[in-house]
Design a protein around this ligand. Sequence first.
Ligand code: BES
Ligand code: MN
Ligand code: MN
Length: 460
Amino acid sequence: MSHSPFDRQTAVHSIEVLRPEFERELKTLVDIPTVSAQVDHKPDIARGVEAAAALIRKAGGAAEVLRPRNPDGNPIVLGRLGTDPEAPTVTVYNHMDVQPADREQDGWTSEPFEMTIDGDRYRGRGTTDDKGPALSALFGARYARQHGVRTNVAFLWEFEEEIGSPSFEAALEDHRDRLSTSSIVVSDTIWISRGRPAVPAGLRGLQGFLLRLRTGQRDEHSGVTGGAARNPIAELMGVVCECFDPYTGQVRIPGFYDEVIAPTDEEFAGFKASGFTVEQFMKDHQFSSLRSTDPLEVMSRIWARPTFEVHGVVGGYSGAGLKTIVPPYAEVKVSCRLVPSMTGSRTAQRVREFIQARHPDIEVITDHTLEPYAGQTSGPLADAISSAIEFGFGARPVFVREGGSIGAVLSMQKILGKPISFLGLSLPEHGYHAPNEFFDWGQAQGGILAFADYFRRLGG
Ligand code: BES
Ligand code: MN
Ligand code: MN
């Protein structure tokens, strides 16, 4: 029996020993509420930046804090393990900011920003999106470097991904000289299910909007004014239904689908062979019914078609009982997921023109724009990813598409101009953005092994 550090059994045992350290460090990260969407968490972002840089230094690396061009933006942590000029550098991208979480309102069973360990599970906001995968990559790099792998590993840890990476691209431009790399690997995506690894060959983009309508100045009695008064909540609901059919999801805005490129036969074959099932999807996401029950249709809907979505409504009374008022103001938060080759700007223009032609007093404000991404499913990097995942988890990945969006990917493609691959470690059941989000040791351990093996493969 071989005892080389890249013999799988040997590596599994060596990584097992690291578990208490992994858990301690993940808790350090998760216990800092690095919520990028809420300004009152700015001090936590600053603490998170320091904690993240400290972890890289503790792993034997160097870390610096890249300041954004816009002083209100969040910094980026740039770490490095290895500075061998003869060896290639691979840059690992993760984000260290997280979605908001509210224990009472969202129904967490424990404090979202106090990581708890429950057997193999690590529960807390950001455990799987994306602090656990970031830490797994760091541990993998350290393992590889300690066992003779010469590949230099750089870490690009962003703190604004969950708000659409507004200052990331300018920061890459400003610090370009420090970011030279042979390739990039992004760890921020999900598998089909446990035991079924997936690598995205594409990501959907996103165009966000706020629709606002003001029809008065204050709440008025609905008995005294109702019937004559306009109702801004109801009107915005009506507008949303003019934009799309809420039952089928079909978008009614002219031209909306014009640029959509349907998946190729080969891609559809990949979808069919991916192991995706509607039953598992419903279970992972706790749905009681869906718009379709046909698996290929469901996969196409989440990976390969654009959407119109409503995320929230602001306005009126939502406390206990009925308060019989007519509200003066309402707002809806909506977005469209985009697929190649749609663009945020064309979509924004179509939505704006459609609404404003019908309802001139509705204010249409555009929010985040993240362009869709189309990547590679073959070539040496894709092969290295497949082999590394097989080394880590004992199964080769399927190449599918991903329904979510990562703004930083487009920016790295544009500014760094190097090939991008994906080595995501999250599972649907981990609950991205959901209450009781978790990561688990199985995915961490396999991920550490997979990253170590990936860096080894890129080194020679
Ligand atoms: N990790 C996700 C992206 C993702 C989601 C990949 C689902 C694969 C499957 C990322 O952190 C994310 O949530 N992005 C947001 C961006 C938005 C808030 C601007 C998204 O997709 O909604
Ligand atoms: Mn993420
Ligand atoms: Mn996210």
